[in-house]
Design a binder for this molecule. Structure first.
Ligand SMILES: CC/C=C\C/C=C\CCCC/C=C/C(=O)SCCNC(=O)CCNC(=O)[C@H](O)C(C)(C)COP(=O)(O)OP(=O)(O)OC[C@H]1O[C@@H](n2cnc3c(N)ncnc32)[C@H](O)[C@@H]1OP(=O)(O)O
Length: 311
């Protein structure tokens, strides 16, 4: 982890300090640059700027204003505390860059978009650690779901639980049309429960009935099924995924920013405000839940099952 990251991890975690997400985001923030005419990003002769940390590669095409955040944390892009901290730092840099108007989230790891929350962060750790970890999970969601930028998930691999949440938090989801790739909020299969803001985000995408059934059964949906239930917006061949994502963002950016941003804020505000108002309570709920012996046993058995499947 880069030297700066532990400090930022503490900054996200320390209850006395302003969390990163206390800055106004999709609600109450000035509009970004005027969009001008829609332009195909690939036709532009523009400069690309790249920066990276240990776990995320970021490339910004300054002509189109579209950035790509590539998740690169082998073996499976699990969302550890370090990963989440670096993710939020990278996203904040883009949010603060007025030239950046859209972000594509994708993976640099073949066949895996993200394996979700890092289960080891939830096993036999201290209360302080659980609080820090859960605050970082909240921060990721608040930042992505509340972003003023156009966000597209280019899902080039499997994406269970927290990985699915990241995709669900975007404005649009495009998945590689490989039936072996799956996506869903499978928490129930681990013997744990998706918190209310995971559930709300899911309901807002697929509707109540589909979400209820899928959550109760802890379903992981194959790519074609994910399209059928509206969990993803379209499937494309894997080699076309990045171009398609850039084309979709360009289309969304053709609209006046203020109108799109205010509409996004109107659609998402209730759900965002609910977590912002109950953030500390949500952390305490997480701690009470995760420290139960029965839950620790379930997680342990699940990790053992993953290992057995391998060997
Ligand atoms: C009332 C309620 C109140 C409050 C709420 C309270 C609490 C709970 C909320 C918690 C919400 C949780 C959200 C989550 O995201 S939980 C994580 C769910 N993720 C999964 O189920 C995915 C598990 N992994 C897989 O299915 C496969 O690994 C995957 C991603 C399909 C890749 O398969 P493959 O390529 O074959 O790779 P391996 O399985 O061999 O894995 C390689 C290596 O990685 C380890 N690993 C995989 N996933 C995770 C993970 N999520 N966290 C940590 N480690 C992971 C795996 O064990 C292997 O390790 P090894 O050491 O054996 O190499």
């Amino acid at each position: 982890m880069a030297a700066v990251a532990p400090t930022l991890a503490r900054r996200i975690a320390r209850p006395g300090m302003l969390p990163l997400c206390s800055r106004p985001q999709a609600w109450g923030r000035a509009a970004r640059q005027s969009p001008g005419l829609p332009r195909a990003p690939s036709l532009l002769l523009t400069q690309r700027r790249a920066f990276s940390n240990n776990k995320i590669l970021v490339e910004l095409d300054e002509g189109s204003g579209i950035a790509t955040m590539k998740l690169k944390s082998p073996p499976v892009n699990s969302l550890s505390l370090d990963f989440l901290t670096e993710f939020c730092i990278s996203l904040e840099k883009l949010e603060n860059n007025r030239g950046c108007r859209g972000v594509i989230f994708t993976s640099a790891i073949p066949k895996i978009f993200s394996s979700g929350l890092d289960i080891t962060e939830m096993c036999r750790k201290s209360t302080e650690h659980y609080a820090e970890f859960w605050r970082a999970v909240q921060e990721m969601w608040l930042r992505v779901y509340g972003s003023n930028m156009v966000t597209v998930a280019a899902i080039n691999g499997s994406s269970p639980a927290g990985g699915c949440l990241l995709a669900l938090s975007c404005d649009y989801r495009i998945m590689a049309e490989n039936p072996k790739f799956s996506i869903g909020l499978n928490e129930a299969q681990l013997g744990i429960v998706a918190p209310f803001w995971f559930k709300d985000t899911f309901v807002n995408v697929v509707g109540h009935r589909v979400a209820e059934r899928s959550l109760q059964l802890g379903c992981l949906h194959s790519a074609p099924e994910a399209l059928r239930i509206g969990l993803v917006d379209e499937l494309v061949p894997e080699e076309k995924l990045q171009d398609k994502a850039a084309a979709v963002i360009a289309q969304w950016l053709a609209l006046p920013d203020h109108a799109r941003q205010l509409t996004k804020s109107m659609m998402r505000k209730l759900v965002l405000d609910r977590l912002v108002a109950h953030r500390e309570e949500d952390i305490q709920n997480f701690i009470s839940f995760i420290t139960k012996e029965s839950i620790q046993k379930s997680l342990h058995m699940y990790m053992e099952m993953l290992k057995k499947k391998k060997g």
